[in-house]
Design a protein around this ligand. Structure first.
Ligand code: GTP
Ligand code: MG
Ligand code: ZN
Length: 326
């Protein structure tokens, strides 16, 4: 069997885990969770909920919001306390996106639920929702779709809400309608966030930080505006930040995007991300079917017979195309 080569990230993870085992024997180490990071400085929450400013020991690799880490205090008397991170625990998962020059950019780690937030203004982009769903299914994490700014509902944009429900609710995803301004739908959202680590993702200006503020009124969080002309957000949130919920869970607010592409997904993973296409896996006439033009393609037949939504299949094909270019 061919020897499997470890990626640089896997090598780093192994050395971090070795570190973790060594440091566990040292009694003056403590566990914490990364709340956020500004350049090389991390803000960490310890096991009793205190906030600590941490530096990073060299060669630990990328540490992101949501990472579970081990640290040693540098100064316990200072306010806030300072410490150095000496190891990072193995991650359950890491949400990454395609950054500058298609380089992977880490968003957050150890995520149970991905809350895909869209709104009536700016308008939702279903290809963006589909790409987030594929990323979530492959983490794996449970996706939930939130349509925020439901207070702006009128005859003109009513179809937006109906379309999203028709596409996503039909295939089994939870779709919640909220208004951060009127606090509509917040109880339902809150009950879904309990005891899990969830991340809010979506376009800039859809109201992710406003939803966090509604759930945690006492925190200091920046809310932006949307441009009157373009109806786009102004990228107010610049780093992912983890908040602890009174219901026991954690909620990560992430910077809004203009676009999102999951990174390094192969054809099987992309198919895995379209849950309603799973029954057709392996059912095409040709084993290497590209699901685009071949005769006897089970997915094409499912579209023709109205068993799957053609818009979702378009997204699936576009994602396959985009992945080839990466
Ligand atoms: N009408 C209405 N406006 C809202 C609602 N939620 C948020 N907004 C407004 O939308 C704008 C953007 O809100 P933010 O919470 O900063 O949006 P965001 O998604 O965090 O944006 P980024 O941090 O740039 O990604 C602000 O002007 C909010 O007041 C809502 O439910 N209804
Ligand atoms: Mg924000
Ligand atoms: Zn096919």
């Amino acid at each position: 069997m061919a020897k499997r080569r470890l990626t640089k990230q896997q090598q780093r993870q192994i050395s971090a885990n070795k570190n973790l085992n060594t440091v566990r024997e040292n009694t003056d180490t403590h566990n914490g969770t990364v709340i956020t990071h500004h350049g090389k400085e991390l803000i960490v929450r310890n096991e009793i909920g205190e906030t600590i400013n941490c530096q990073l020991r060299q060669n630990l690799g990328t540490i992101v919001c949501g990472d579970h880490i081990v640290f040693e205090y540098l100064d316990k008397q200072s306010e806030p306390k300072t410490a150095i991170v000496i190891a990072c625990a193995e991650r359950d998962n890491i949400l990454q996106k395609s950054g500058f020059g298609s380089k992977a950019k880490a968003v957050a780690a150890n995520i149970d639920q991905v809350i895909i937030v869209c709104s009536l203004v700016p308008k939702p982009n279903s290809y963006l929702i589909d790409r987030y769903l594929v990323a979530a299914e492959n983490l794996p994490a449970k996706p939930i779709i939130v349509i925020n700014k439901i207070d702006l509902l009128d005859e003109e944009n009513e179809h937006v809400v109906n379309d999203i429900n028709a596409i996503y609710d039909t295939i089994g995803y939870r779709v919640l309608e909220t208004s951060a301004i009127r606090s509509t739908g917040l109880d339902e959202l809150q009950s879904m966030l309990a005891d899990a680590t969830s991340i809010l993702v979506g376009l800039s200006g859809v109201g992710k930080s406003s939803l966090v503020k509604d759930l945690l009124p006492d925190i200091d969080i920046r809310i932006g505006e949307i441009s009157e002309a373009s109806k786009e957000g102004k990228h107010t949130t610049t780093v992912s930040t983890l908040y602890s919920l009174p219901t026991g869970g954690h909620l990560i607010d992430s910077p809004g995007v203009r676009d999102f592409s999951p990174i390094n997904l192969d054809k099987e993973q992309i198919l895995n991300g379209f849950i309603e296409l799973k029954p057709y896996r392996g059912k095409c006439k040709f084993a290497n079917c590209s699901h685009t033009h071949e005769p006897g393609c089970a997915i094409t037949e499912a579209v023709e017979e109205g068993r799957v939504n053609p818009q979702r299949v378009n997204s699936f094909r576009k994602m396959l195309e985009d992945a080839e270019k990466q």
